[in-house]
Write a protein that binds this ligand. Structure first.
Ligand SMILES: Cc1ncc(COP(=O)(O)O)c(C=O)c1O
Length: 407
């Protein structure tokens, strides 16, 4: 927003003033118009929400004990029923809670904020992957940290570069999204996971894995999460934490995520959370607990994965048919995004207004870099549009691209 002569000049904190306002966000407001096929958002498919299951869960939460647990203040660590259900969910992924605690958070976004407030002082270094999940960069920057990026290749973030990277200081935190990173879709290989955990144990640096997309795997073999692997790498259990969320598996409107940390850190994290919001909505937690206890999640997830697989295939096929060798991408085995690169050097930031005029939207790749951004990448989401609309979206993108190249 631009300030006018009438706008008071509020004395923003240095950190708040330094937060970049995103011009992409402004551009993408146009993507909300009904005629625009938007491949820009990172939203789950709304028509697949299990409304019936959530309605029943809400009724159950309000019926039990006249709904007192759902309506009263709750514990900072989370409602016991939801914590128990989430521990079971995590055990299904091979994660045990020995020496660890699980805290319920207001989305995994709050888990990132808690970890940032827990660990970071002005000037501290956080190692992230490049490109990065933007809201994590913002959270770490707001905490005063400096983010240093690891480049990615076919095996995910090049964690071995931790040995050679010219870091301004010893890192306090390594933050990685895996599998299916946002935006790149990259997944850290098993070899790199093991290497990173051994490094973290040796250097006593906390690794935080952010895993919102693992439940959306449709192909390929699931790798053990960093947190599960840390149980086998000597000394690593104490240096690995994890956050995940119900946003992609159930519904983001619940605003429910969780944070698993080694116990002493979890206890300090609960004190930080208490100062932030006392606790996450008891109402949402009780509804989610009843929902998870109802046993509907596996069938719901199977429906979501099936739809996403069909949509992703339609998008990838349409991209290959339309662009051929002009657009390079790897079809991911899950997640929500395709990350692509124009081999003819097309500047995707310049392409976006043309694509919007043609009636489609994407996110230009440079939005996901703090600095040194390549201009030829774009992120396409395949979750919210039907295969037909995805094909039409690609046709519109192709028309905009051809027009940009002069026909
Ligand atoms: C990598 C990553 N982490 C965290 C989040 C935040 O999710 P939540 O809705 O749980 O706050 C997102 C949301 O898109 C994400 O992509």
């Amino acid at each position: 927003m631009s300030s006018t002569a009438d706008t008071p000049r509020y004395p923003l904190s240095t950190r708040a003033a330094a937060l970049r306002s995103s011009d992409v966000r402004e551009l993408l407001k146009a993507a909300q118009q009904a005629h625009v096929i938007s491949l820009a958002g990172g939203l789950p498919a709304a028509e697949l929400f299990d409304t019936e299951g959530l309605r029943a869960a809400t009724q159950a939460a309000l019926a039990e004990g006249a709904g007192v647990a759902a309506l009263q203040y709750g514990l900072t660590e989370g409602q016991p029923a939801l914590r128990a259900a989430l521990r079971t969910h995590e055990a299904g992924r091979g994660i045990d809670m020995a020496g660890r605690e699980l805290l319920v958070t207001t989305g995994s976004q709050q888990a990132l904020d808690i970890v940032a407030r827990l660990l970071l002082d002005e000037g501290d270094v956080v190692v992230v992957q490049r490109p990065s999940y933007l809201a994590a960069l913002q959270t770490f920057t707001l905490a005063g940290a400096r983010c240093v990026g690891l480049d990615e290749d076919a095996e995910g973030a090049r964690v071995e570069d931790l040995e050679t990277l010219a870091l301004p200081a010893r890192p306090k935190l390594v933050y990685l999204v895996s599998p299916f990173a946002n935006p790149s879709g990259a997944s850290l290989s098993l070899r790199r996971r093991q290497w990173l955990l051994a490094w973290a144990a040796r250097h006593q640096v906390l690794v935080l894995e952010d895993d919102p997309y693992g439940v959306l795997r449709t192909e390929g073999q699931e790798l053990p999460s960093l947190t599960a692997l840390a149980q086998e790498v000597p000394g690593a259990r104490a240096w690995c934490g994890r956050t995940s969320t119900l946003s992609k598996a159930v519904a983001p409107g619940l605003r429910l995520g969780w944070l698993v940390l080694p116990r002493p850190l979890a206890e300090a994290a609960a004190r930080v959370k208490q100062a932030m919001d006392l606790h996450t909505s008891s109402f949402a937690q009780e509804v989610a607990a009843r929902y998870l206890e109802s046993g509907r999640l596996p069938a719901h997830l199977a429906r979501v994965r099936e739809a996403y697989r069909e949509r992703r295939r339609a998008l990838c096929r349409a991209l290959t048919d339309a662009f051929g060798a002009a657009l390079e991408f790897d079809e991911p085995e899950g997640g929500m995004f395709v990350w692509a690169r124009f081999t003819d050097g097309t500047d995707t930031r310049a392409l976006l207004p043309r694509a919007l005029d043609a009636g489609m939207a994407f996110v230009p790749g440079d939005a996901f870099y703090a600095e040194g951004a390549p201009r030829d990448r774009l992120r396409l989401s395949f979750t919210t549009e039907s295969p037909e609309r995805l094909r039409e979206g690609v046709a519109r993108l192709h028309a905009a691209w051809r027009a940009a190249r002069g026909g």
